[in-house]
Write a protein that binds this ligand. Structure first.
Ligand SMILES: Cc1ncc(C[n+]2csc(CCOP(=O)(O)OP(=O)(O)O)c2C)c(N)n1
Ligand SMILES: [Mg+2]
Length: 645
């Protein structure tokens, strides 16, 4: 039997310790164990280890009001390690958000409000959809940047109306993923002082101990990014946690990382410090032994002692007071600066200003120009009316034409500017954009060459899943990008990869505007450069459009993938390319397509019958629903299959 590590301060988990703090902390641990046990899947170990941190953070540091999860003045909290979501659900329930014990009992069940990875918009108090590791860290950076931006624009002397912190919890996996490196490097550079990360240093991942793969000195890495670093040697030491978080909050001019040494499945006699505690129930016997070891008063599943609930829920008064104070300050602000207050309100409500599109430029067919040049003009025309539009590119601003004229450059101390230079960090850019959008008050724009959207597919997918109003400008979309060579050509997979993002994302049809070819070339130019293929138009595009019209008549919850055509490569003669394009049509006797449906087989068949040569494929092939939407393979897997076929 592995003894639990010696805890210091008030947090000794021995049976005799009945302090109220311990009772409250162990309530989180037992709820996590029981919920995972009942669901027969999930991740109990990390919530158990992080329960003391959650207790200190939510009781003493985080500013929030459970009665109003959307209160703008709240601190933001992102659990980047989304697999540990039982930690968050337990705390949301205990602090009195609109989440009941029954919701906790429904953990990981179809249609429940407590899915296998936390989903924004589904569970009150969940600020971001997390699960794909590393993304939440980038989201938090985006939120902190949005806060700094709005504070610069809207605060006035004596009126700090935008003034909140952003916290995130990152696991070893979050720290290994490249996206967190990108985002944290930028956060350090921009000196986002109200960003506080907590690194759950438990030295365990799924495959075993982290020394299998990971020997970074995380503290020094973050110091080199310009972060302030705090260390807590014992994740059960409430005093040390409290002091480290307080020190982090005092850092006004750089972000902070609190590295907390924890022990996964803390208190479990046989599973503590083992990878088995990561992704499977502890087992009924082990749950019992752990409860006994923690001195838990009952073996009844989901038992919540009254004193614990009562103590946790005291934070409701604190939250109500914090919000009331903020509202009072806001009233004074509105009286002193009515225009600013109204503008902030408009932005937060996501309302467009009157006549925002009154001065959009119009281009005649004779105005031959690259589409990205036209895009830059339109963006700036819109930007003049929509100050909430901010963003930039991953070091290609001049090429993508995403430059806000007279917008200034975002830099440390100049957070109110509009042009964000993300650096050569596409993945980080996507995750930061999601954080900006989630925060509200700004609308992010990000740009790069279409082919490099490959580097930011995970955050694009999450933006689609969460319906975030992120705007992507992907230029250089021609397959005929001659001089840069094949590495820079946007091939079929890039556009197709975007089209099959779940919901919302529909890249421009490949049929280019009537008189422009893809890549913004005129027909005359295309004639001069026959190697630059014109995309779309003609019979194929007509078929696609017709199919799409039919598709929209399909049942809800269905969507189709289609156009599984081989793309002619540049350099192939036009005639051969045309033959290739026709080939699938001849082979399949019509449009090659797949219907992806959540409905049953008869429904799929009936729907597929609307198209000739169609195969019907069930959606959710991965069977990953228990893990939540962001883990379902959906159309991507299907697309991969079809393309391989
Ligand atoms: C991008 C991505 N890759 C892989 C996974 C699958 N996965 C979930 S948790 C995890 C690692 C677990 O280790 P750690 O991050 O240290 O979390 P802990 O078990 O310590 O809580 C992996 C690989 C994922 N969720 N996201
Ligand atoms: Mg770990």
């Amino acid at each position: 039997m592995t003894p639990p590590p010696r805890a210091t301060g008030a947090a000794t988990p021995a049976a005799r310790d009945t302090s109220l703090d311990q009772l409250c902390i162990n309530t989180v641990r037992t709820l996590a164990m029981d919920a995972v046990q009942q669901a027969d899947s999930g991740h109990p170990g990390t919530p158990m280890a992080l329960a003391p941190l959650a207790y200190v953070l939510w009781q003493r540091h985080l500013r929030y009001n459970p009665a109003n999860p959307d209160w703008f003045g709240r601190d933001r909290f992102v659990l980047s390690a989304g697999h540990a979501c039982m930690l968050l659900y337990a705390v949301l329930y205990l602090t009195g958000y609109d989440l009941s014990l029954d919701d906790i009992k429904q953990f990981r069940q179809w249609g429940s409000r407590t899915p296998g990875h936390s989903e924004h918009g589904l569970t009150p108090g969940v600020e971001a959809t997390t699960g794909p590791l590393g993304q939440g860290v980038g989201n938090a950076v985006g939120m902190a940047l949005a806060e700094a931006h709005l504070a610069t624009l809207f605060n006035r002397p004596g009126h700090a109306i935008v003034d909140h912190c952003t916290y995130f919890v990152a696991s070893d996996g979050d720290m290994m993923e490249g996206v967190s490196h990108e985002a944290c490097s930028l956060a350090g550079h921009l000196k986002l002082g109200k960003l506080i990360g907590i690194y759950d240093d438990n030295r365990i991942t799924i495959d075993g101990k982290t020394d299998l793969t990971f020997s970074d000195d995380t503290a020094r890495r973050f110091e080199s990014y310009g972060w302030h670093v705090e260390r807590v040697a014992d994740g059960n030491d409430l005093g040390a946690l409290d002091a480290a978080l307080a020190a982090a909050r005092r850092q006004g001019d750089r972000p902070s990382l609190v590295i907390v040494r924890t022990h996964i499945a803390y208190g479990s006699p046989h599973k503590q410090d083992t990878p088995e505690a990561h992704g499977a129930p502890l087992g009924a016997e082990e749950v019992k032994l752990t409860k006994q070891r923690l001195g838990w008063p009952s073996l009844e599943p989901f038992y919540v002692p009254e004193e614990s609930l009562e103590h946790w829920r005291r934070v409701r008064d604190r939250g109500a007071r914090l919000e009331a104070e903020w509202r009072k300050r806001h009233d004074t602000y509105r009286a002193a600066h009515p225009d600013l207050a109204a503008e902030l309100e408009r932005r937060l409500a996501g309302r467009l200003p009157e006549a925002w599109d009154a001065d959009l430029p119009a281009f005649a067919p004779t105005d031959a120009q690259a589409t990205r040049a036209a895009s830059g003009k339109v963006l700036n025309a819109v930007a003049a009316k929509l100050p909430e539009l901010i963003g930039g590119s991953a070091d290609l601003a001049g090429s993508t034409n995403v430059v806000f004229k007279n917008g200034g450059d975002v830099a440390a101390g100049s957070w109110g500017a509009r042009n964000i230079h993300f650096g050569v960090r596409e993945h980080g850019m996507g995750a930061i954009m999601n954080g900006l959008a989630l925060h509200g008050g700004v609308r992010p724009v990000g740009s790069t060459f279409l082919i490099f959207s490959d580097y930011m597919r995970p955050p694009i997918r999450l933006a689609a899943l969460c319906h975030l109003p992120a705007i992507y400008v992907f230029t250089h979309d021609s397959i005929g990008l001659g001089e840069d060579g094949p590495t820079h050509r946007a091939r079929f997979h890039a556009t197709e990869g975007l089209r099959d993002r779940p919901r919302e994302i529909r890249p421009r049809e490949r049929a280019a505007p009537r008189r422009l070819c893809a890549g913004g070339r005129t027909r005359r130019e295309a004639r001069r450069h026959p190697d630059r293929e014109r995309l779309g138009g003609g019979a194929r595009a007509r078929r696609l459009r017709a199919a799409r019209r039919r598709r929209t008549r399909g049942a809800r919850g269905q969507h189709a993938l289609h156009g599984v055509f081989r793309q002619p490569t540049a350099g192939v003669s036009r005639r051969r390319a045309a033959t290739r394009r026709r080939r699938p049509a001849r082979r399949g006797g019509g449009l090659t397509a797949a219907v992806v449906s959540l409905g049953g087989r008869p429904r799929r068949r009936a729907w597929a019958g609307a198209l000739r040569g169609v195969r019907a494929v069930p959606a959710d092939l991965s069977g990953a629903r228990a893990d939540g939407g962001e883990h379902s393979a959906e159309s991507e897997t299907v697309a991969g299959r079809l393309v391989r076929e």
